[in-house]
Design a protein around this ligand. Structure first.
Ligand code: SF4
Length: 618
């Protein structure tokens, strides 16, 4: 099979499947993964489309290099988001993407709605729509097992929803394996709305690599360099929770719905090393030598011994300090519960934190919720997760996420900290101004994955920063100077990464010397024989960012939505970041610089000239 990017269009209403190749011109403009997903979404885009309606396309897209020897093998899933009403997109690791590639497909565009629950079975280019009535109601782990048993193939990879997706909880995710989830923006609810329980895939076809020997030698060198870095070694030993201690010492944790930013000594139980007690070893996404997550053995529901993978810094934070829970074992259990139900742990934690603060302030009471909801009470946390996923009682209200505010007292809304209807995450960005700008401008709503310039906390020399970013950037992370440039630069780089299937941890997220455009170009050439200049690759990133921005503009969004919740403009009351806040004038300066570099107008809207130059299809 030649190296190609090919998609299957599946209409669940009509039960029709067709397979098409992307024209070469579209391939070079969007590559694959998130870029191609955005192109496919734009082709079907209507601002008033119902996110839970049959016309909303659910798009699975593997990176251009997913399945090759690559820096990770990730993929994106996209649609109009039920959680926000705007752009839905989530990146997912694991083995599913590579398997899809070996089955001869890179993208799936799923439209329509099946009358009864179904799942897709994809094997070497053949796509079948199969009955899933017997799977409806199973959790995400049981579903994967049941499908493997039914198909009689142990190596089948399955991406599926749990009860949360079936019940169209607006922040349900799509899960594969024991950890990897396309978590944010509620794509599991889109899957549930289509009565699509799972996508199962097995591929045994060869992926034609243009220069296999050359790719192997190049990859080995690249990986050798990466694996010698201390940060990557620490990631492979401790996973992303290694960042917890730093966050607590510096003061950038979103404690109790961002009321504080550090838990001080009380957080000592959450340090990454404590996971060793539960860990049976480290595991990785397909072909990744870093292996940044633990395989854990824990006591789950009803004290049953269960295996789990992770946890990420993000899920420890969201089910930990954000809701006042500092007990590691309890955190692992509630993360596992979210995973089984197929809930996005970040949004789930954020909505629980919101309601806990409402309870703290007497805005809602025990009668409304059905039980007391004190910070850190692990019993109540489990209880509320159950009723959200099952849409029972108060859980049915909270299952609507941002849209739950209409069913609560008017004072409730201000405590729901969000950007573009997506709740803030586990980090408080008042200290680090570039991080704050990135949250405000991320195209899918409050999200660190679109642009986080982690380097900003390293206080690197200004000369190095200037060389990397092509302009002046202040090495002080509390300064606003040059941070618009930083976010612009990272947004474009990460859009390219998401189109290639490259993991953040293998690029400039981790180190200024980590692989970026030159190395990506070499990998593209050795894998596919296509020569793309560094400038052209940057233009791909620019095109993806501007296309996403164009969709936001068509939804009526502009500068007003590139903002932050009220708490960010108030000083941190105590702890190591005491007194830090976002200053509106400084924030606006960053925003102006960021818009200018993207070539958007002063309101953050793409210009006609930019739309034309980048050949945006909207
Ligand atoms: S570094 Fe971690 S998240 Fe990234 S591809 Fe490797 S195992 Fe997956």
């Amino acid at each position: 099979m030649p190296f190609q990017i090919r998609f299957a269009k599946i209409d669940l209403t009509e039960r029709e499947v067709s397979i098409e190749d992307f024209p070469e011109e579209i391939l070079t403009k969007y590559l694959g993964g998130r870029g191609m997903n955005m192109y496919l979404l734009a082709k079907r885009f209507r601002p008033r489309m119902d996110s839970l309606g049959p016309e909303n396309p659910l798009i699975f897209g593997t990176g251009f290099l997913t399945g090759c020897l690559n820096l990770g093998s990730r993929m994106n899933i996209s649609a109009i988001s039920p959680e926000t009403g705007y752009l839905g997109d989530a990146n997912m690791g694991g083995d599913f993407g590579a398997e899809l590639r070996y089955a001869g497909l890179s993208h799936l565009v799923i439209v329509g709605k099946s009358k009864d629950p179904v799942y897709l079975w994809i094997r070497n280019g053949d796509v079948q729509i199969r009955d899933a009535r017997h799977l409806w109601g199973l959790d995400t782990v049981e579903t994967q097992r049941a499908i493997r048993r039914e198909l009689g193939e142990a190596r089948v990879q399955v991406a599926c929803i749990g009860l949360a997706g079936e019940n169209m909880v607006k922040f349900a995710g799509i899960r594969t394996g024991l950890k990897s989830t396309a978590a944010r923006t509620g794509l599991g609810a889109v899957m549930g709305s289509k009565h699509l329980k799972a996508v199962a895939v097995r591929g045994t076809e060869d992926l034609h690599i243009e220069n296999p020997q050359g790719l192997l030698s190049y990859y080995k060198e690249l990986i050798k360099g990466l694996m010698e870095r201390k940060w990557i070694q620490a990631l492979g030993r401790l996973g992303t929770p290694l960042m917890i201690a730093l966050g607590n010492t510096a003061g950038f944790l979103a404690v109790r719905n961002h009321q504080w930013t550090s838990v001080g000594e009380a957080g000592s139980g959450l340090v990454a090393e404590n996971l060793d007690r539960y860990s049976t070893g480290m595991v990785a996404c397909w072909s990744c030598p870093v292996h940044c997550r633990h395989r854990l053995k824990i006591r789950g529901e009803k004290d049953k011994e269960v295996y789990e993978e992770g946890p990420e810094y993000a899920s420890v934070g969201s089910m930990g300090w954000k809701i006042g829970n500092l007990d590691l074992e309890s955190i692992l259990q509630v993360v596992e519960l979210c995973n089984r139900y197929g809930l996005d742990a970040i949004s789930t934690g954020s909505y629980i934190a919101w309601v806990m603060e409402l309870y703290q302030n007497g805005i809602i009471d025990e009668k409304t919720i059905g039980f007391p909801l004190e910070w850190g009470d692990s019993k109540s946390i489990k209880r509320i997760i159950h009723i959200i996923a099952q849409r029972e009682g108060f859980g049915d209200i909270l299952a609507d996420g941002y849209f739950a505010r209409g069913r609560l007292p008017p004072e409730a809304e201000q405590f729901l900290l969000q950007v573009k209807n997506l709740p803030m995450e586990m980090t408080d960005e008042r200290l680090t101004k570039s991080f704050a700008l990135g949250m405000a401008t991320a195209s899918r709503g409050a999200c660190h994955m679109r642009s986080r310039p982690s380097l900003d906390i390293l206080r690197l020399p200004s000369s190095l920063l200037e060389k990397l970013y092509g302009g002046e950037v202040d090495p002080d992370f509390t300064s606003y100077r040059g941070k618009g440039r930083m976010i612009w630069w990272h947004e474009i780089l990460y859009a390219v990464c998401d189109s290639l299937g490259v993991c953040r941890f293998m690029t400039v997220f981790s180190s200024p010397n980590a692989p970026q455009y030159k190395e990506f170009n070499d990998l593209i050439y050795l894998s596919s024989g296509r020569r793309i200049s560094e400038e052209d690759l940057k233009t791909v990133g620019e095109r993806i960012c501007t296309l996403e921005r164009r969709m936001l503009a068509l939804w009526g969004m502009d500068r007003k939505q590139d903002s932050l919740p009220f708490r960010y403009f108030e000083p941190v009351p105590e702890g190591p970041a005491k007194g830090h806040q976002i200053d509106l004038a400084g924030f606006n300066k960053m925003l102006d610089e960021y818009y200018e570099l993207h070539g958007w107008d002063e309101n953050g809207r793409p210009t006609q000239e930019g739309v034309k130059r980048l050949e945006i299809p909207l």
